[in-house]
Ligand binder design. Structure first.
Ligand code: OAD
Length: 257
C-alpha cells in the first residue's frame, strides 16, 4: 500500500469512526510488538521457536509443570519490563470520543490498562496473575520462583499462570460481555491479530454479520482482511495515533456544523 493509499484509507476509517457511537477494538499480539513483546506467528515469532503443545496446553503443564512455569516466568519478565506504546495510548484516548468503547484483547500483558483504557475484556486471561491448576484458588505470594511451579498452600496442587491455554474454555462471563459489545458496535477495529485462533477470531466475523464496519490495522494481510471494509496497512503505533488525530478533527468539524 502506497503512502497515498494509506492516507486515503485513514480518511475513510476516520469517517466511519466519526459517525460511530459504539466501537470495539479487538487486539492481538501485534498491538504490543512495538513494546518489545514478541508475536506468535510472525517470522521469528514464539510459535516458530517453540511448540505450543509443549508449553501452552493443560496436558503440557501436567506433564512438566516446571518447564511450563519457567517459560511463562521468562515471558512475564519481558512483559513487566515493557511499556505501552503509542498505539495503546491512542486507543485509551479514543475511549473519550465514543458513547461506548470496549477493548476486547487476546493479549495477556495488561498494556491496555497501563495505557489508561478502562473497559478491557481479556479473552485469554493475564500472565500477571496465577492460580492453582487443581483447586483454582488465586495465588498471590511473592517473590515468585523462576524455575519451579509453586505449590498451592491450600491443596498441594501446582500453581500456574492465569492464562487460557489451547484446549481450555475462555472465561465465560468475559466472552459473553465481549459478544454483547461486538453485537452492538458500529465499528470494529481489528488490530495486530492474525485472526487464526478461535473462538476469539470468530468475534470479528460476528461483528461483521451484525452490521459493523470492520477496520483492520496490520502491516500484513490476514485471515480477516477479506471481511475488512478498510485495511490500514501499517503498524499499530504508527497508524492509531494518526487515526485518532483524524477522528478528532472530523468530530470538531461536525460540531462546528
Ligand atoms: P499472531 O502472532 O498470530 O499474529 C500477530 C499479528 O500481528 C500478525 O497478523 C502480524 O502481521 C501483526 N503485526 C505484527 N507486528 C505488528 C505491529 N507492529 N502492528 C500491528 N500488527 C502487527 O498473534 P494473535 O493473533 O494475537 O493465544 O494470536 C492469537 C492467539 O494465538 C494468542 O492470543 C495466543 C496465541 O497462541 C493463546 O495463547 C491462547
Amino acid at each position: 500500500m502506497s503512502a497515498a493509499e494509506l492516507d486515503e484509507a485513514l480518511d475513510r476509517a476516520a469517517e466511519l469512526l466519526c459517525r460511530a457511537r459504539r466501537v470495539v477494538a479487538f487486539t492481538g499480539a501485534g498491538m504490543s510488538a512495538e513494546s518489545g513483546i514478541p508475536t506468535f506467528r510472525d517470522p521469528g515469532g514464539l510459535w516458530e521457536q517453540f511448540r505450543p503443545e509443549e508449553l501452552a496446553t493443560p496436558e503440557a503443564f501436567e506433564r512438566n509443570p516446571d518447564r511450563v512455569w519457567a517459560w511463562y516466568q521468562q515471558r512475564r519478565r519481558v512483559i513487566e519490563a515493557a511499556q505501552p506504546n503509542a498505539g495503546h495510548r491512542a486507543l485509551a484516548a479514543m475511549e473519550e470520543l465514543f458513547e461506548e468503547f470496549t477493548v476486547v484483547t487476546q493479549n495477556i500483558d495488561r498494556l491496555h490498562q497501563r495505557a489508561g483504557s478502562r473497559t478491557v475484556l481479556e479473552l485469554h486471561g493475564t500472565i500477571l496473575s496465577n492460580h492453582c491448576h487443581r483447586c483454582g484458588r488465586p495465588y498471590a505470594e511473592e517473590p515468585l520462583p523462576e524455575q519451579t511451579a509453586p505449590i498451592c498452600p491450600a491443596c498441594g496442587g501446582r500453581v500456574r499462570p492465569s492464562v487460557v491455554w489451547f484446549g481450555e474454555l475462555l472465561p465465560e462471563e468475559v466472552f459473553a460481555r465481549a459478544e454483547q459489545a461486538i453485537e452492538r458496535c458500529d465499528v470494529l477495529l481489528s488490530i495486530g491479530t492474525s485472526g487464526e485462533v478461535y473462538p476469539a477470531a470468530g468475534l470479528v466475523w460476528r461483528a461483521k454479520a451484525c452490521g459493523a464496519a470492520v477496520v483492520e490495522v496490520n502491516p500484513n494481510w490476514t485471515e480477516l482482511s477479506s471481511l475488512a471494509d478498510v485495511h490500514l496497512h501499517g503498524s499499530a503505533a504508527q497508524v492509531l495515533p494518526e487515526l485518532l488525530k483524524r477522528v478528532e478533527r472530523c468530530r470538531r468539524a461536525v460540531e462546528r456544523g
